[in-house]
Design a protein around this ligand. Structure first.
Ligand code: ADP
Ligand code: MG
Ligand code: ZN
Length: 477
């Protein structure tokens, strides 16, 4: 029997607010342990939370950017559970009336384009962080992250493969980046994925029993965990067993996937409206204003690159997936003034290769877009060859220096002076009378050898187009 994988994602994103969701403490990442805290975010008895207005605005923005309906009346609820990273023993979240619901977004791949439903987006507070000391077995807790605002984006179980889940998660990331709702720094835990996954016989329509894998914080971990868990469930079913509804843990280092705990049901949390917080009531004008302020989103930008700049759809999709990369690309195109596809070739080729190699994100490109535009112009006007440009690019990536300066220092400028080249070529012809004769008696292949000798004479710096032109003229005389 063949099986089909069914996936729904819950994505947590830390919001880019200055201060926490219910107090004035900073949301800054890191810092000395337990210094970004106050009685409110430590959950002391008797304190009163006050909702950060910006949190609502960011969540509504995320909702509008993902085609959600905005609930005009929404509220905050207590989700009760005990865990040392949450000292007040409940998390303030949203239960039955989230800020946003019933949205969707499109993903594109080899399978064409597909719509993934978004069930809801709600706001909640983050918990602290437990630091386990492997040496003495103790655990310390840092509450700096406690009370940092989150949105949780819950999808419909609409994805059917690791590839689809990755595309969806990447799309969410770029939308949150474009709207400025979250900085999405995955290495700092600003964006975390929970995978809900079940399998079913291909062609059947009911849903199988699902498991949940929490807190994946890279696209690679997301893909690996999905492939691994899907295979595990199929194996369980094929051996006549049953999948147990549970929370599982993915270890990215060992590639192991183990059971953590049986899954709680919503009624186990004893949700109830937080009596310390008033409901959130939004009027149409407020929602309209946020809608008007939405920036150009990745899909629209991608279409613009295709329609106005003639970029292939594939290039446009890759470049617009990352806001900093798209901004870099756009600035470079404007500065360069030539064919945008030439810029795209460099961005998708050398630039992305170097970023990958060095493990640098697109917001850390070590030179300004104007440098790349300058490099392209040096190729266009014949100052350097295409292969020399690659060397300059590598050096530019390392040093951040101007391409002109580097061409000079590396001694890469091409010889494009016709007089100089004519002299060199004449010399080469004198030294190789046999080849000249061969060419003139019809063996035109001999020209290739003479071009090669000229390049050798000039240590590769002769402008090849000019060499060909001059050599042909001299040979045909
Ligand atoms: P909870 O809040 O307990 O985690 P939800 O019912 O809100 O559960 O669902 C969470 C996620 O699980 C959603 O993204 C949903 O699409 C997905 N999901 C629900 N049932 C299944 C299933 N049988 N297989 C795969 N995903 C599922
Ligand atoms: Mg869940
Ligand atoms: Zn605080």
């Amino acid at each position: 029997m063949k099986y089909e994988t069914v996936i729904g994602l819950e994505i947590h994103a830390e919001l880019a607010t200055e201060t926490k969701i219910f107090c004035g403490c900073t949301t800054r990442f890191g810092g000395e342990e337990n210094t970004h805290c106050c009685p409110v975010c430590l959950g002391m008895p008797g304190v009163l939370p006050v909702l950060n207005r910006k949190v609502v605005e960011y969540a509504v923005k995320a909702g509008l950017a993902t085609n959600c309906k905005i609930n005009r009346f929404s509220k905050l609820d207590r989700k009760n559970y005990f865990y040392p990273d949450l000292p007040k023993a409940y998390q303030i979240s949203q239960y039955d009336l989230p800020l946003c619901k019933e949205g969707y977004l499109e993903i594109k791949g080899d399978f064409g384009s597909k719509r993934i439903g978004i069930t809801r987006i709600h706001i909640e507070e983050d918990a602290g962080k437990l630091l386990h000391d492997a040496e003495d077995g103790s655990t310390l807790v840092d509450y700096n992250r406690g009370g940092v605002p989150l949105i949780e984006i819950v999808s419909e179980p609409d994805m059917r493969s690791a590839e689809e889940a990755r595309l969806y998660a990447e799309k969410i990331k770029s939308i949150l980046e474009y709207t400025g709702v979250s900085d999405c720094r995955m290495q700092e835990g600003s964006l975390r994925f929970d995978v809900n996954l079940s399998v079913r016989p291909e062609g059947s329509s009911g849903l199988g029993t699902r498991t949940e894998i929490k807190n994946l914080n890279s696209f690679r971990a997301l893909v690996n965990a999905i492939e691994n868990e899907s295979a595990r469930q199929v194996k369980v079913l094929e051996s006549g067993g049953e999948v147990v509804q549970e929370t599982r843990k993915w270890d990215d280092v060992t590639g192991k996937n183990t059971s953590l705990r049986s899954k709680e049901e919503a009624h186990d949390y004893r949700y109830f409206p937080d009596p310390d917080l008033v409901p959130v009531v939004l009027d149409e004008e407020y929602i309209d204003r946020i809608k008007r302020e939405l920036p150009e989103l990745p899909d629209v930008r991608s279409r613009r690159y295709v329609e106005e700049w003639g970029l292939p759809e594939y290039d446009a999709g890759v470049i617009t997936a990352s806001l900093p990369l798209a901004s870099f690309f756009e600035e470079c195109v404007k500065e360069y003034g030539g064919d945008p596809k030439a810029v795209s070739n460099w961005v998708m080729g050398e630039l992305m290769r170097m970023l990958n190699e060095k493990g640098i994100e697109a917001d850390g490109i070590p030179f300004p877009a104007t440098h790349l535009a300058g490099l392209l112009r040096l190729v266009d006007d014949g100052t350097i060859s295409g292969s020399a440009a690659k060397r300059v690019f590598t050096e530019m990536f390392e040093t951040g220096e101007q391409p002109k300066v580097l061409v000079e220092r590396l001694g890469l400028s091409q010889i494009s002076d016709e007089k100089v080249l004519t002299e060199v070529i004449k010399r080469v012809m004198d030294k190789n009378p046999k080849s000249v004769e061969d060419y003139r008696s019809g063996a035109t292949k001999a020209m290739g050898f003479l071009v090669g000798q000229t390049m050798k004479e000039t240590r590769g710096k002769a402008n090849p187009a000019l060499v060909n032109k001059i050599l042909k003229q001299l040979l045909d005389e």
